[in-house]
Structure formats: structure tokens, C-alpha cells
Design a protein around this ligand. Structure first.
Ligand code: SAH
Ligand code: SF4
Length: 397
């Protein structure tokens, strides 16, 4: 998966916090339990009726995908304005849409003033199509091959903002009410921007919401969370979400992984492997996916392919070789195709089927590269503006 883009809107980044009015909580980001509590706290329903009312709302929001309380025809007419006064249902704005000639779609979504992320839908991946969602804006980790890693963390996305990425994809694919069969969107991968295990509470709430059978109903077995290896959070991820696990491995020895994924200095490969072996629910039917980005002359030799096979021995696993996507100023280039095939052949012989991830949406990814360089410029100037604001003692959002 290609790392996704952050755009900081300069005008908004320099705006004082006090200028924005307090937001009404968006109901799309509340778990069922939190929804019940919110309705009672707002004094909209009696506690003894709260669970039933919450179920009613839940179906409108997550099964029918409505964004307007007035569409909730079985909710009393006088209750609807009350709900609208306390809560929000609106989607964040889609500010750009791109469709590749292979069917891959990319949306640039404005979550809040100055905060924009990309979400990508890839058809014919997983059962019928996968959505790649972001969990943070930027990332605190600095993997040297990753464009997101060059961007400072702006903030964690809320559960509502994570769920909104799925809702928008459903809006755009015409998948409301939530279809039980013949879906175009069947899988979710947390492989967009950010490290999901540094935002586990919101990611776990979003997974509870997305997987609920009376709503979007994407099974937890079709939801994959990718991590660069935040070992202490692995048990919590497994227990709280029962999601499928993907590990961004990229190297088979600590010396190289320390460089590619600097988090490795904190949680070296041996600790990571021990954490993975203990991942709740791991079995041949629920394998962990190892992601391995192919970097020319860095990690792509047949000897490293063999080392990978040895390292994964005994772990129910799949391997995804990811051809490196270059970005402006990136210090690596993608391995040659014959080298990737030779690497894959070693894995094939060891029993790993079709490990190469075919690059998708190349034509719009090219446009994405341009967008990124534009964001880089914006970021640099936004940072200068923020620095100025800090010295002038103006709070910046
Ligand atoms: N932070 C999480 C999830 C987001 S990154 C993680 O690191 O796993 C999603 C995937 O994209 C990861 O496997 C990451 O290693 C990969 N990736 C990052 N930059 C890339 C690039 N330039 N080319 C190809 N894959 C890349
Ligand atoms: Fe990129 Fe590394 Fe952050 Fe993942 S953890 S988004 S690969 S910098």
C-alpha cells in the first residue's frame, strides 16, 4: 500500500483555536454503548427506553447510511430536532475524487479545517474490494522509505473520522442500505496514514462500529490492521478487535531494520516475533500478513528471501512483497522486476503462494506524487507559519 497524503491548509493551520466553535459529537463515531449513554446524557430518551432507541438510530446511521435526522421516519417528529441540536451526522467533505483506469478510486477528505487525508478503494482485492483507511494524520515514526514518515504527527483521527472514511466509500460506491451479498466493499485495511497501534482506542471503537452486524457489517476477519511493530499493544489489538494482523517487517536482521523502521531499536525483531507468536487467535485460518517493501540493493537478495523464510518458520503467515513507491526526495529506488520475481520464487518454493502485491492505480498514484510535493510545500510554509504563531503567542490549531 502506498502511504497516503497529508495536506495542511495554511490559512486554517494559522487560525487561532478559539475561532472554531465546539463541535457537536458525530453519532457515527459512537459505539452502541456510547450511543445509549449519549442519548440518556442529552436527556433525549428515558433510560429504560434508551437501548431500544439507540438500536433504531443505529440502523438508520449504519445500515441505511442516512446523514439527516429528518430521514429517520420512525423517530418521533419532535425528537428529530432535539437530536440535531445535540449531535451531528454530517459526513466530512470530499474535496477531490480520482478514478484510475484499473478502477482504483482515491478520495481526498477534509476531516476538519486544515486536516485532510486520502482514502483509497481497490477493487478485486480481498473478497471483492478493499478500502485502505488512515488512522492518524501524519505519523510519529520515521520509517526511512515512507513518505508519511517525513510528516510530523498532526493528530490522531477520531473514531468518527475513521468510520467516515468507510461511510464515504459506501456513499460513492452506492452501497446503502448495507448490502448482505454482492458487495463491492468487502475488506478494510488500516494501511493508510499513521500507526494504528498509537491510536488503538479510536481504531478499536471504529472496528466495533464497522463490524456490527446490524450496520456496515464487515466481518472482523475481513479487517486487517497493519503495524510497524508496536509490540506491547499487540495483545490489546487482538483481544479488543479480533482483527487480522499485518506486520511491516521489511528486513530480516536488526542492523537493517533499525535503519528502515527505527521503532526496531525499541522493539527488535526477536521481541516482535515473540509478540506475533502470541497474537490472540492466530491459526492457519487466521494468518498474519508480513509486508516487505522491495528496495533495490537494500533488502532484496535471494539470501534475504531465505532468511525471511527461516524467520517466519512456524508462524501461520502470508507474505506481501510491496514494490517500493518512490516519492520526491526518497532515498531508495524500487527493486528491478526480475529481482522481485527471484525473491518471490524463493518464497514460493517454501510454500508461500503469490506473494507479490500488484501495483494498483498507477495512473492516479502518479498524480498523487504531484499532490504530495504540493503538500510538502504547504507543510513547510505551514510549519513556518506555526513557528511564527508560537513566537507571537498565538495559539494555532
Ligand atoms: N503505520 C502502519 C500502517 C501504515 S503504512 C505500518 O507501518 O504498518 C502501510 C504500509 O505501506 C506499510 O506496510 C508500509 O511499510 C508501506 N509503505 C510505506 N511507504 C511505502 C512506500 N514508499 N512504498 C511502498 N510501501 C510503503
Ligand atoms: Fe509510514 Fe512507518 Fe508511520 Fe507506517 S509507521 S505510516 S511505514 S512512518
Amino acid at each position: 500500500m502506498r502511504p497516503l497524503t497529508l495536506v495542511v491548509d495554511l490559512a486554517q493551520a494559522n487560525r487561532p483555536v478559539s475561532a472554531s466553535k465546539p463541535a457537536r459529537p458525530n453519532l457515527s463515531g459512537l459505539t452502541r454503548k456510547a450511543l445509549v449513554e449519549a442519548l440518556v446524557a442529552a436527556d433525549i430518551v428515558r433510560p429504560d427506553k434508551a437501548k431500544m432507541r439507540a438500536t433504531q438510530l443505529w440502523r438508520w446511521i449504519h445500515h441505511y447510511g442516512v446523514t439527516d435526522f429528518d430521514a429517520m421516519t420512525d423517530v418521533a417528529k419532535e425528537t428529530r430536532p432535539l437530536l440535531a441540536a445535540h449531535f451531528d451526522l454530517a459526513r466530512p467533505e470530499v474535496i477531490e475524487r480520482q478514478v484510475s483506469n484499473d478502477g482504483t478510486r482515491k478520495w481526498l477528505i477534509r476531516m476538519a479545517p486544515g486536516i485532510e487525508v486520502e482514502t483509497v478503494y481497490i477493487p478485486d482485492v480481498g473478497r471483492s474490494g478493499a478500502l485502505c483507511v488512515s488512522s492518524q494524520v501524519g505519523c510519529t515514526l520515521n520509517c526511512t522509505f515512507c513518505h508519511t514518515g517525513t510528516q510530523a504527527l498532526v493528530r490522531n483521527l477520531t473514531a468518527a473520522e475513521i468510520v467516515a472514511q468507510v461511510q464515504i466509500a459506501r456513499d460513492e460506491l452506492g452501497e446503502w442500505p448495507s448490502p448482505k451479498a454482492d458487495r463491492r466493499l468487502s475488506n478494510i485495511v488500516f494501511m493508510g496514514m499513521g500507526e494504528p497501534l498509537y491510536n488503538l482506542d479510536n481504531v478499536a471503537d471504529a472496528i466495533d462500529i464497522i463490524s456490527d452486524n446490524e450496520g456496515i457489517a464487515i466481518s472482523r476477519r475481513r479487517i486487517t490492521v497493519s503495524t510497524s511493530g508496536v509490540v506491547p499493544e499487540l495483545p490489546a489489538l487482538g483481544h479488543r478487535t479480533q482483527a487480522m494482523l499485518a506486520i511491516s517487517l521489511h528486513a530480516t536482521n536488526d542492523a537493517l531494520r533499525d535503519v528502515l523502521v527505527p521503532l526496531n531499536k525499541k522493539y527488535p525483531i526477536a521481541d516482535l516475533m515473540a509478540g506475533i507468536r502470541g497474537y490472540p487467535g492466530l491459526s492457519n485460518a487466521r494468518r498474519v500478513t508480513f509486508e516487505y517493501v522491495m528496495l533495490k540493493g537494500v533488502n532484496d537478495s535471494p539470501a534475504e528471501a531465505l532468511a525471511l523464510v527461516r524467520l517466519l518458520k512456524g508462524i501461520p503467515s502470508k507474505i506481501n512483497l510491496i514494490p517500493f513507491n518512490p516519492w520526491p526526495g526518497s532515498p531508495y529506488v524500487c527493486s528491478d522486476w526480475p529481482t522481485i520475481e527471484a525473491f518471490a520464487a524463493v518464497l514460493n518454493r517454501a510454500g508461500y503462494a503469490s506473494p507479490i502485491r500488484t501495483p494498483r492505480g498507477r495512473d492516479i498514484l502518479a498524480a498523487c506524487g504531484q499532490l504530495k510535493s504540493e503538500s510538502e510545500k504547504l507543510r513547510a510554509s505551514a510549519r513556518r507559519a506555526l513557528d511564527r504563531a508560537a513566537t507571537e503567542d498565538v495559539p494555532a490549531s
